[in-house]
Write a protein that binds this ligand. Structure first.
Ligand SMILES: C[S@@+](CC[C@H](N)C(=O)[O-])C[C@H]1O[C@@H](n2cnc3c(N)ncnc32)[C@H](O)[C@@H]1O
Length: 209
């Protein structure tokens, strides 16, 4: 099978939530680099994982327009909170309007600024962390969050296959090098279990032992 039959997969999965469908469409009309947004299949997987874990506290690094935040927040246990950090303050209002439309405004707390400055000030123990910020900074994010995760808590990191560039020995751009360094660091870390899912651009699932 050369190519996965996308239509078949879509037709046999739960249809996209109308609010997320609108968010995805508006993101593509109004923002530069709309492909940064999580789409339907990956969003649904994030929602499933979150519903299985039933986290009390989730941390997301890299909100963009809020697609993955909404998906992950669907799995929060009652009274739980998702904290999402975004460095670009021009997106805050747009994302907030969709958290409201999704009925998530009381579950999602937006923080604007650099994740590396904000995370050390967070007084939470997270059950789930989603890393989806700057690819050059993944190792920094991991080192900052690992002690803020409960034992048996999880980290999910997006884009760990980086469009296949990680396999190209000639590629030297900083994002690719950042992902290669992160994947290698995760491979060598004995405090965690890990597996890469080849969905979309690659998701690294990590469990703190
Ligand atoms: C791939 S996008 C996130 C996509 C989002 N999770 C979604 O599903 O739509 C990455 C985002 O991380 C933000 N970002 C990059 N470096 C950051 C940092 N150091 N701290 C916080 N946000 C950062 C970028 O501005 C960008 O909006």
């Amino acid at each position: 099978m050369d190519k996965l039959p996308e239509k078949y997969l879509r037709d046999h999965s739960t249809p996209e939530d109308p609010v997320l469908e609108e968010l995805y469409r508006e993101t593509h009309i109004r923002f530069v680099n709309p492909n940064m947004s999580t789409g339907h299949s990956q969003g649904k997987l994030l929602e499933f994982i979150s519903r299985m874990i039933k986290p009390e506290f989730i941390l997301e690094i890299g909100t963009f327009t809020g697609y993955s935040a909404i998906c992950l927040a669907k799995g929060l246990r009652p009274g739980g909170r998702l904290i999402t950090i975004e460095i670009n303050d021009e997106i805050t209002e747009f994302a907030q309007s969709y958290f409201h439309k999704a009925g998530m405004e009381n579950k999602i707390l937006q923080m604007t600024g650099k994740a590396q400055d904000i995370i050390p000030r967070l007084d939470y123990k997270f059950d789930l962390v989603y890393i989806d910020g700057d690819k050059r900074e993944y190792t920094e994010y991991f080192n900052l969050v690992i002690d803020k995760i409960n034992n048996a808590g999880f980290i999910i990191a997006d884009n760990v296959l980086w469009g296949g560039k990680i396999f190209d020995s000639d590629t030297k751009d900083p994002q690719t090098l950042g992902i290669i360094k992160f994947n290698e660091m995760i491979r060598c870390d004995t405090r965690i279990e890990k597996i890469i899912l080849p969905l979309r651009d690659g998701l690294m699932l990590i469990r703190k032992c």
